[in-house]
Design a protein. Sequence first.
Length: 479
Amino acid sequence: MNRVRFAPSPTGFLHIGGARTYVFNWLYARSTGGQVLLRIDDTDAGRNTEESLRSILDGLRWLDLPWDEQHFQSKRRSSHVQAARALLASGAAYRDFTPEGEGQTERAAGEPWLFNPGMRELGTAESDRRADSGEPFVARFRVPRDRPGGATFKDLVYRKQFRRFSDIEDFALLRSNGDPTYHLASTVDDGELGITHVIRGQDHLTNTFKHILLLEALGFDRPAFGHLPLLLGPDGSKLSKRRHGALVSVTNYRDMGFLPRGFVNYLSLLGWSPKNNQELLEVPQLVEAFRIQQVLRTNAVVQFGDKPGSAQCDPKAVWLTGQHLRRMPIGQLMPYCEHVLRDAGWWLDELAGRRRPWFIEAVDSLRSRLNLLSELTTRCRAYFRDDYGFEAKARNNLEKSGVREMLHVLADRLDASKEFTEKSVEQEIRSLAAERGVKAGLLINGSRAALTGQTVGPSAFRVFTIIGKARCVKRLSAV
């Protein structure tokens, strides 16, 4: 069974790039009948924060792509240290007693540090003596210097990869304080947890040469490796928390009103596309279509909205959420809408009780106008609240000659009518317009403006039935 892992470090919020990596891992696992492991790489105690961990877990849970197992790397420290000791005992690693901060180069100026011959060739007895005396050391992997060739692997995305041994440094396994390094901890965990496929960002590609050497020395089966193209900002710079801030935070997209399924759809298209080039895909369709071999080798660009007042995010992400919002079963959409109203302080318990049918009907009628869930409390305010404002064009429709007086008459007629349906409302409006010798559009546009403060929305007569008779009469009378 295929087993993949997503291994974030709790040193910041969940980044779009990290979320994309999780989505690709999840899709690969589910498309092959495999399992997904969430491994929190929390060995850097100095930088880890509970706030970051909460943000990562909140973001992942919001994506609604559940994982099968969860592990904390810090709880596996004994396994990491034991592996380092085994490598030291076998000679695959050695102790480097060079004091921290001193130069460690035996190469010409300007060339990278690879190893310190004085430490690499230190005899076992002398090394043991110095370690036993308490002298601090860094445990380093002994990259083979007498073997021809180099490390090689076939990447699932970038194909054949090769690096000469002479270009790989004797990388650290244990720090001088005894803590395992990323290379050691990650490799040991991948081996012991049975990871079959390591799918991660392209920026980890060079680390893979070190990891396959470690896997070989520790006797683990080598997993398949697949590296994903980078995500770039509109200016071509690498998308990063430091440079782009909250614009790349997954929870920021949640708070802006994105639907999880729409956002997952968007993330899946950053560096991959199905053979038929279809963009609007539900999660089951993504699982069916996903092939890791179809991941592109070119970096993907994440656009940010540049219109004043627009959501500062990729317009394509907004479009996809809007499409999913309009198409998903209404019963699945309602919990998200309830959450929006609760966050806005608009929630009424009766919306879960006697007014539930109205709530469902209103959302179903309004969602064709929405791109984000948050627009339920901005563009649709008049349907849930009585304190709404008027757009300039809507106010102009009310200022046209005779409109206000006719709306007052319409209010009286609607109030007196025993029937209140789209058909009956239309009849009253057209009848009144005919009596006054004006076009029906004048009253239709005026009533929409009076009832919602807007010039667009659901069908004109549908607006009446969504808002309800009592509120319509009150608003038309007060205009």
